[in-house]
Design a protein around this ligand. Structure first.
Ligand code: 4NP
Length: 156
């Protein structure tokens, strides 16, 4: 039987800014590399369940060729810890929250997203929600760098 695709879940607080941008960046990079991955995103909070990404996130992703307008917010669920190979937190608070929720026999590897990027281990992807549009460009640069590193890791 064929092995299933590697599966990756991105997690931030609201699931309307950073993690949907990370999802869009990795979908784009994996497509470009011809790599089949299962990719999703979620929030630790319940603030934006069912909501589309923030308009600034949608516009910034579109400027870089990624369409994330169809994504909808959801909260991390217990089943995610069994379904995904890799769960990547966008900052330390999200990482701590994920570790609190994970059971001792959790299947997923849980890590900080920027740990994937050479020279950037331990760094957070700053929350752009309360700032201007330029913060979203910084977010895109970070998640695009991580997406490239993930494609390399999974063999694209
Ligand atoms: P995200 O950004 O975690 O990158 O989706 C935020 C979105 C919403 C809120 C905070 C951060 N909020 O407080 O509603």
């Amino acid at each position: 039987m064929a092995r299933s695709n590697p599966s990756i879940l991105f997690v931030c607080l609201g699931n309307i800014c950073r993690s949907p941008m990370a999802e869009g960046a990795l979908r784009q990079a994996a497509d470009a590399a011809g790599l089949a991955l299962t990719i999703d995103s979620a929030g630790t909070s319940a603030y934006h369940i069912g909501s589309p990404p923030d308009g600034r996130a949608i516009r910034t992703a579109a400027l870089h060729g990624a369409n994330i307008a169809g994504l909808r917010g959801r909260q991390v669920a217990a089943a995610d810890f069994e379904r995904f190979d890799l769960i990547l937190a966008l900052d330390e608070a999200n990482l701590a929250d994920l570790r609190d929720r994970a059971s001792a026999d959790c299947r997923a590897e849980i890590a900080l997203l920027m740990d994937c990027v050479p020279g950037r281990a331990g760094e957070a992807v700053a929350d752009p929600y309360y700032g201007g549009e330029e913060g979203f460009e910084e977010t895109w640069a970070d998640v695009a760098a991580a997406a490239q590193a993930l494609v390399k890791r999974f063999g694209g």
